[in-house]
Design a protein around this ligand. Structure first.
Ligand code: MG
Length: 393
C-alpha cells in the first residue's frame, strides 16, 4: 500500500527489559484488560490504511512471548534487537533495507494507545519533511534541581518545549544512514539521531492518551482508563412454552427430534426467548413482545434467532458489548446434555460471541409442577452487558 509519500513500514521496538517495571515478564508482553500491550500496539498500525506492513524488533529469547502476543496477526517476521534501544532500532532498520520502504514509522511497543489520527498526522508531515515527530507542549512549570536533588536551583523557561512521543516517522534511506553514521553515540530517540545528522524533523500534535507504559502504576492506570466510562448491566429473562403436537422442539437454536412440539407463534424456542429478554432487559430495551408482537403475522413460525439477532444489534447500536450469557433450560425431557455444545455454538454464531462467554445448563424440577408433569419447558437466562456510561457517550 502506498501513501502520498510512498510505501510505509512500521517498526515496533519491543527489545526492552523494562528494569523500571519490576514484573516477571517485560512490560510490552503484559496484558492490559486481557490483551498484551504489544498486540494492542501492533494492531493499531495494522489497522491503519496507509501502513503496508509491521515488523517488531524483539530481544533474543523473547520468541515465545512474541509468538503468544501476536497469534493470528498478519505481520512480518520479527528481527532481533541489540543491547540498547538505539542499537535495536538500527538493527531493525537494517533488516528492512532489502524491502526499501519509502517511509518508516519507528514506534515504542509500550505505547499501545497510539491513534489513527496521530499516525496520519506524522505521515502527512512527511510529505514535505524528512522526519516528523508527534509531541505535546510542556504545560507544567519546569524546575532544575540542585546537585543534591532536594532544592530548586532554577526555573526553566518552558515556552517552546515539547515532549516527544512516537511513532517518529522518517524517509527510510536518510534515517538508516543517520543511524549507520552515529557509531557509539547514544541518543534518546530517533528524532535526536536525525537532528544529529542534520535532517529536518517536523513537529506534529501528539495525544495525551498516547502514553508510554513505563511502570507497573502506568499499567494499572491504563487498565483503569480503559475501563472508565463503562458500566456493567445485567438483565434477566424467563419464558415458558407448552408442549403441543409435533415431532421436534427447537431449543437454543438447535432442532431436537421429540415426540411432541412446543406451541407458540414463532418456533417457540423457549431458550432463545429467555436469552433475548435478558439482553433487552440489560439495556432497558423492553421485552420480546414489544418488539415482536405475537399478533403480528410476520413472526408466525419465525426462527427465534431473528429476535436474538435484533437484541444483539440493539446492544451494538448502543455502543455496548455482551460480556456473558447464562441460560438454564428446565424440563424432564428431552435430554439437553447431548445438545449443549451445539446450543452454545448456535448462540455464539447468532450474536458473534466467543463460546466461552455463553453458558447453557439444564435441570429438572424433580417431577414437580408443570415441567415435572411434562406439560411444557421453561427457561431462564441472565445476561451481562458492558455499556458506555452516559457521561462518556
Ligand atoms: Mg416465548
Amino acid at each position: 500500500m502506498t501513501t502520498g509519500t510512498g510505501t510505509c513500514i512500521a517498526l515496533i521496538v519491543a527489545g526492552g527489559r523494562g528494569d523500571r517495571f519490576g514484573a516477571d515478564i517485560p512490560k510490552q508482553y503484559c496484558r492490559i484488560a486481557g490483551e498484551p500491550v504489544l498486540r494492542r500496539t501492533v494492531t493499531a498500525f495494522l489497522g491503519h490504511g496507509r501502513v503496508a506492513a509491521v515488523r517488531v524488533v524483539i530481544r533474543p529469547g523473547d520468541e515465545d512471548l512474541y509468538a503468544a502476543a501476536t497469534t493470528g496477526l498478519v505481520i512480518m517476521d520479527p528481527t532481533h534487537g541489540g543491547a540498547s534501544r538505539q542499537e535495536s532500532v538500527r538493527r531493525g532498520l537494517e533488516s528492512l533495507a532489502t524491502h526499501a520502504p519509502d517511509i518508516v514509522l519507528i514506534h515504542d511497543a509500550a505505547r499501545p494507545f497510539v491513534s489513527d489520527a496521530v499516525i496520519s498526522r506524522v505521515l502527512d508531515a512527511l510529505e514535505d519533511s524528512t522526519g516528523a515527530v508527534p509531541a505535546m507542549p510542556v504545560i507544567d512549570t519546569l524546575k532544575r534541581a540542585t546537585a543534591a536533588g532536594d532544592r530548586i536551583a532554577a526555573t526553566v523557561e518552558r515556552s517552546g518545549l515539547w515532549r516527544a512521543q512516537t511513532p517518529q516517522g522518517f524517509r527510510f534511506a536518510p534515517i538508516l544512514n543517520a543511524h549507520r553514521r552515529l557509531g557509539g553515540t547514544e541518543l534518546t530517540d530517533d528524532a535526536a539521531v536525525a537532528e544529529h545528522a542534520g535532517l529536518e524533523v517536523a513537529l506534529v500534535d501528539g495525544e495525551e492518551e498516547n502514553v508510554k507504559i513505563t511502570t507497573r502504576a502506568d499499567l494499572i492506570r491504563a487498565e483503569h482508563w480503559l475501563g472508565q466510562g463503562c458500566e456493567t448491566r445485567t438483565g434477566l429473562g424467563f419464558d415458558v412454552h407448552r408442549f403441543g403436537p409435533g415431532d421436534h422442539v427447537t431449543l437454543c437454536g438447535v432442532r431436537i427430534p421429540f415426540h411432541a412440539g412446543l406451541a407458540g407463534h414463532s418456533d417457540a424456542d423457549v431458550g432463545l426467548h429467555a436469552v433475548t429478554d435478558a439482553l433487552l432487559g440489560a439495556i432497558g430495551g423492553g421485552d420480546i413482545g414489544t418488539h415482536f408482537p405475537p399478533g403480528d403475522g410476520r413472526w408466525k413460525d419465525a426462527p427465534s434467532e431473528i429476535f436474538l439477532r435484533c437484541a444483539g444489534a440493539m446492544i451494538a447500536d448502543a455502543g455496548g458489548r455482551i460480556a456473558n450469557i447464562d441460560v438454564t433450560l428446565v424440563c424432564e425431557r428431552p435430554r439437553i446434555g447431548p445438545h449443549r455444545a451445539a446450543m452454545i455454538a448456535a448462540i455464539a454464531a447468532i450474536l458473534g460471541l466467543a463460546p466461552e462467554r455463553i453458558g447453557v445448563k439444564a435441570t429438572t424440577t424433580e417431577r414437580l409442577g408443570f415441567t415435572g408433569r411434562e406439560e411444557g419447558i421453561a427457561a431462564q437466562a441472565i445476561a451481562t452487558v458492558v455499556l458506555p456510561s452516559p457521561r462518556s457517550k
